[in-house]
Design a protein around this ligand. Structure first.
Ligand code: DX5
Ligand code: ZN
Length: 218
């Protein structure tokens, strides 16, 4: 797949949210990434439906919501109703029955199905699900905050996952979320990742349009 950059709106200026959404519309970004945190699954609370709705009103590119919340199955329909196109839930927030239920609900609601794994979760836990999902989210940092240092072991994990996906003959892409920058994106892509979430690498620049273009072309 052609490289997709998904700026994480958690790093946007919330006082100028629509301005930052229009910036993403104009940029080389492919998707909007929405980091939803509940303060329970992760130590931080980010934003919920009203903010996602405000983004959806202006966004001209697909919305990709990343649920870092407990009991994600309870909220799937509501994200679909907001117009979200890709929805990921965390493996660690579910038992097997819950994860299958999430996969079914996301699919039934017409969205792309993603499953995210934390840095300490081995890629192999996803083997039973690979043929039923559209993407895996490999966390490059501990979920909860943007601007953290990339965990280098993530790179090898992406390679392992790409081999697992090929071995399972699954039709599934890899998204890397956390710590993505111009210095690691090309190697991650070479190993098999296709979608790259960028929080600080996109928004902490004085010229985010140029920063997103740099990520797209690095
Ligand atoms: C982390 C979030 C990420 C994060 C990315 O919990 O899921 O999407 O905001 O931010 P950077 O790119 O700054 O690591
Ligand atoms: Zn995220």
């Amino acid at each position: 797949m052609p490289r997709v950059i998904a700026p994480s709106m958690l790093s946007a200026d919330f006082g100028n949210l629509h301005r930052d959404c229009r910036m993403v519309n104009k940029s080389a970004a492919g998707w909007f990434h929405l980091d939803v945190m509940d303060g329970i699954f992760v130590p931080n609370i980010s934003f919920g439906f009203p903010v996602c709705k405000a983004i959806a009103e202006v966004a001209e590119k697909p919305l990709d919501a990343h649920l870092m919340i407990v009991e994600p199955w309870r909220y799937i329909e509501r994200f679909a109703a907001l117009g979200v196109k890709y929805l990921s839930v965390h493996y660690e927030a579910c038992n097997d029955r819950h994860l299958k239920e999430c996969i079914r609900l996301i699919r039934e609601n017409g969205m792309g199905v993603g499953v995210a794994i934390n840095p300490e979760t081995p890629a192999e836990v996803l083997i039973p699900y690979l043929r039923d999902i559209d993407y895996v989210v490999v966390m490059g940092v501990h979920p909860g905050y943007s601007g953290q240092k990339y965990i280098p072991e993530t790179t090898e994990k992406v390679g392992v996952l790409a081999e697992m996906i090929a071995g399972a003959e699954a039709d599934c892409f890899i998204q890397v979320d956390g710590g993505v920058s111009v210095s690691n994106i090309a190697e991650l892509e070479q190993l098999g990742a296709g979608v790259f979430v960028a929080g600080s690498a996109a928004f902490s620049s004085d010229d985010p349009i140029a920063a997103i273009r740099a990520l797209k072309e690095a």
